[in-house]
Design a protein around this ligand. Structure first.
Ligand code: OMP
Length: 266
């Protein structure tokens, strides 16, 4: 998907909501367990309930890998079920030596037809560039992550600047704002002003709203640019809003609530 197509969808839906599909067999409503593929059935119903508000879906690959071959099958069915005009993110946090990264890229872009994949920057340029060789596909590089341990390395000074800034400055030259985005956790909105000075035009994937307590308002006020520039993710806050038979309605309401708030910033 192109950046223009993504922005068009954001304008149409008045939303920049990304719904995470971290589907855990232990957490889905028990009445689904009798169906042929409970993980896919849950995802299908969540997608149907939220697609009018969502501009992106982000399955976290761990939840599918943990189920073995059956999990990969559920993931493939899920990606194929997502409407084609909605942006898809394989949250896999990959990155390895060049020839291995090429195969990760083929797995998610050619085989599964995702629009994007999350990548860890630690192994440097040759671990990231293979993902950038696919037309209209995106790398979403970890920048400032939402978790507590994000502090362990990302803010250490390297050549006088925090490491995450070095990562953004250097890596943004490997591609462009047409094929790279960055992860910035919603729990750390205080870094967004500095980040926007380094990468004013890139989209940011912002997880951490909802269950992790991130601040949507602060993210919007400090992180938006003239093409929105944000995909804000919520996973558990939407997909597990209810564990009962009303989970579809509960997910719909939670997604709608976030969309309404987002619309006020557009
Ligand atoms: O890359 C990510 O998506 C990600 C980066 C980050 O810094 N923090 C973070 O929570 N995530 C992912 O975003 C999702 C957050 O889920 P919830 O906390 O349930 O909304 C999970 O799939 C995480 O793996």
């Amino acid at each position: 998907m192109t950046k223009e197509a993504l922005f068009e969808q954001i304008q149409q839906k008045q939303s920049f909501l990304c719904v995470g599909l971290d589907t855990d067999i232990k957490k889905i409503p028990t009445h689904l367990l009798d169906t042929e593929d409970p993980i896919f059935e849950f995802n299908k119903q969540i997608i149907d309930a939220t697609k009018e508000f969502a501009v992106a879906y982000k399955p976290n690959i761990a939840f599918y890998e943990a189920m073995g071959a059956a999990g990969w099958a559920s993931l493939e069915k899920t990606v194929n079920y997502i409407p084609k005009d909605i942006f898809t993110i394989a949250d896999a946090k990959r990155g390895d030596i060049g020839n291995t990264s090429s195969l990760y890229a083929r797995a998610f872009f050619d085989n599964m037809n995702f629009d994007s994949v999350t990548v860890a920057p630690y192994m440097g340029s040759d671990s990231v560039k293979p993902f950038l060789e696919f037309k209209d596909k995106w790398v979403i590089l970890l920048g400032v992550t939402s978790n507590e341990g994000g502090k362990d390395f990302q803010f250490l000074k390297a050549d006088g600047k925090p490491l995450y800034q070095q990562v953004m400055e250097t890596s943004s030259r490997w591609g462009s704002d047409q094929n790279m985005m960055y992860v910035v956790g919603a729990t750390r909105p205080e870094y967004l002003k500095d980040i926007r000075r380094i990468i004013p035009n890139h989209f940011l994937l912002v997880p951490g709203v909802g269950a992790q307590g991130g601040d949507l308002k602060a993210v919007c006020e400090n992180g938006m640019n003239d093409q929105c520039g944000l995909l804000i993710n919520s996973t558990r806050g939407i997909i597990y809003a209810s564990s009962g038979k009303d989970f579809v309605e509960a997910a719909h309401q939670e997604a709608r609530k976030l969309q309404t708030e987002m619309a006020s910033f557009l």
